[in-house]
Design a binder for this molecule. Structure first.
Ligand code: TEU
Ligand code: CA
Length: 548
């Protein structure tokens, strides 16, 4: 169902949020040398690709997504020599490197923006989005930013507002200007010529701005910031000018993508991107809803069948850890983490593992807003408290989805700072690192970690996991999810009981009564061979069965 065989369709990606991964110099911030030191660990998982969050020079307003020099490495991350060595050492181990590229905005300290804001006549003025104040002197429109009540910031020097879809320190570039586009293509070639094997393209849906700058009926529904006319012209041009000249994998971060919109980005015939992330789950589905999740998967599978590919993930550096948000991180943490992994790795698409997910790491609740670092959470907190609401109540409300849930240090061992740093970490470690950590997980044959290794290894042996067609056979059952992946003579049935209660699943024709072999399950004592009519399932039980 994933069309013609291609290397990047067969990959598994491991996301490294380097500033929280491993600190080698005791400044409390993870670094590129830390990634190099842990390459053997990463390789031991069986993954193919490492996605590194941005490591370019940046004032750090949004943890590196505000770039002030695309050609320089942030000093806290390391040096250009470290990048070169990381690429080399990764390649030596058969691992590929995916860079995270921020195209929509720069830092407000980037020389381009400094020039742009200096005068209305500056040649770089048109590189950003400047507008006159509204007649009352206020912002040009009522649009919100992802992080702030308005996406407009008044600039005294020239008496105009600039647009920032994210933080105030992240002014949006004007992609309608061909000079901006060429500058970005040049930058992409620079990194690809270094040997980078893949690109994760940040906030891609926002590149093209609305055609008219008028108030939105509902400013909170920020879809107006995305999918505007011109976007696909830019992507086709980017592909012509850059992507098609390299043997790379590209993945677009596409907010508010529906299957209908999504196919426009990844349809192989259109030659834009290889794959995308949609956010129908991570951003748009606040709490776990199995029926809704199944529909999302069915709709995407139907839209992309034979045409294109998507990434499968439930968490990343912007979203609360999956076992906490969607599973049960208490009584069933281990089984639940394994069930979610089984699902992500057996649904059609390219699976992504976010650092620490392979340990079943959980979200965090810090006692005070001062322990949080995330610019998005902090500015929402200020906005709500500024309205006169109780600070405690606002904190409680923001904690479950704070982006810091996934940004606490990687838990290497039970020791000081989870083994992450010898210094004072930039963000506090999750106190549960004493029980949940790599060292413990290595020693326990039933750990989430060992399960991930088995799951990832399976993909290398069984093309059905990559190329198999997908059919949901569980209808709208609110707890049990069952589907078939079929490829040539191979038919796999995945059965998942996403519930704290036992469940059952009756296999439909033509599978009822067939003999099946257990490929992998998350309960050690599950039957290895069974003639299945009705399957009895324990809480959070996951089984991959193969028809024999
Ligand atoms: O996120 C952009 C984004 O569009 C949102 O979908 C994201 O889910 C948001 O943070 C709400 O949860 C990207 C990066 O992943 C994020 O870390 C950056 O802050 C942002 O772009 C700006 O560069
Ligand atoms: Ca460091």
């Amino acid at each position: 169902m994933l069309g013609r065989p291609t290397w990047w369709k067969e990959t598994v990606v491991y996301q490294v949020y380097w500033r929280s991964f491993f600190d080698t110099n005791g400044d409390g911030i993870g670094d590129l040398r830390g990634v190099i030191e842990k390459l053997d660990y990463i390789r031991s998982l069986g993954v193919d690709f490492i996605w590194l969050n941005p490591f370019n020079e940046s004032p750090g307003v949004d943890n590196g997504y505000d770039i002030s020099d695309y050609y320089a490495v942030a000093p806290e991350a390391g040096t250009m020599a470290d990048v070169d060595r990381l690429i080399e050492e990764a390649h030596r181990r058969g691992l590929k490197i995916m860079m995270d590229i921020v195209l929509n905005h720069t830092s407000d300290r980037h020389p381009w923006f400094l020039a742009s804001r200096s005068s209305k006549d500056d040649p770089k003025r048109d590189w950003y989005i400047w507008r006159d104040p509204a007649p009352d002197g206020g912002p040009p429109t009522n649009w919100r930013s992802y992080f702030h009540p308005s996406c407009w910031r008044f600039d005294e020097a020239t008496g105009q507002y600039y647009m920032h879809s994210f933080a105030i320190g992240q002014p949006d570039l004007n992609w309608a200007n061909p000079e901006v586009r060429q500058a970005m293509y040049r930058m992409l070639r620079f990194w690809l010529d270094k040997g980078v094997d893949g690109l994760r393209l940040d906030a891609l849906a926002l590149l093209a701005k609305p055609e008219t700058f008028t108030d939105a009926a509902d400013p909170y529904d920020i879809r107006y910031l995305t999918h505007n006319p011109g976007l696909h012209d830019y992507l086709q041009e980017m592909n012509r000018e850059v992507f098609r000249h390299y043997n790379i994998m590209t993945v677009g971060e596409v907010a508010f993508a529906t299957p209908e919109l999504g196919v426009l980005f990844v349809d192989e015939e259109r030659r834009e991107l290889n794959s995308l992330f949609h956010f129908e789950v991570a951003d748009e589905m606040p709490a776990w809803d199995m029926v809704r999740f199944k529909r999302i998967q069915r709709r995407w599978a139907d839209a992309l069948r034979g045409r294109g590919v998507m990434g499968q993930f439930l968490n990343n550096h912007d979203h609360t850890r999956q076992v906490t948000r969607y599973g049960n991180d208490r009584e069933y943490r281990v089984q639940s983490a394994k069930l979610l992994a089984t699902m992500i790795h057996t649904l059609p698409g390219i699976p992504y593992v976010y650092q620490g997910e392979e340990l079943g790491m959980t979200g965090v609740r810090f006692a005070s807003i001062d322990d949080y670092r995330d610019v998005m959470m902090k500015s929402r907190y200020e906005e709500e408290v500024g309205r006169g609401r109780s600070p405690e109540e606002v904190l409680r409300e923001l904690q479950p989805l704070s982006r810091d849930n996934s940004r606490t240090p990687m838990q290497w061992n039970a020791g000081r700072n989870a083994g992450f740093s010898a210094g004072e970490p930039w963000i506090r470690p999750n106190p549960n690192h004493t029980a949940i950590n790599v060292e413990e997980a290595e020693a326990d044959p039933d750990s989430v970690l060992h399960y991930y290794r088995k799951l990832i290894a399976l993909r290398k042996e069984h093309p059905v996991m990559v190329y198999g067609d997908f059919e949901d056979i569980s209808g709208d059952d609110p707890h049990v999810y069952a589907y078939v992946r079929k490829h040539g003579d191979t038919a796999w049935i995945v059965v998942l009981n996403h519930s704290d209660a036992p469940g059952a699943f009756e296999l439909p024709e033509p599978y009822a009564g067939k003999t099946m072999q257990l490929v992998l399950g998350n309960y050690a004592d599950a039957d290895k061979l069974l003639r299945a009519g009705k399957l009895e399932l324990r809480p959070h039980e996951a089984r991959i069965l193969s028809c024999v």
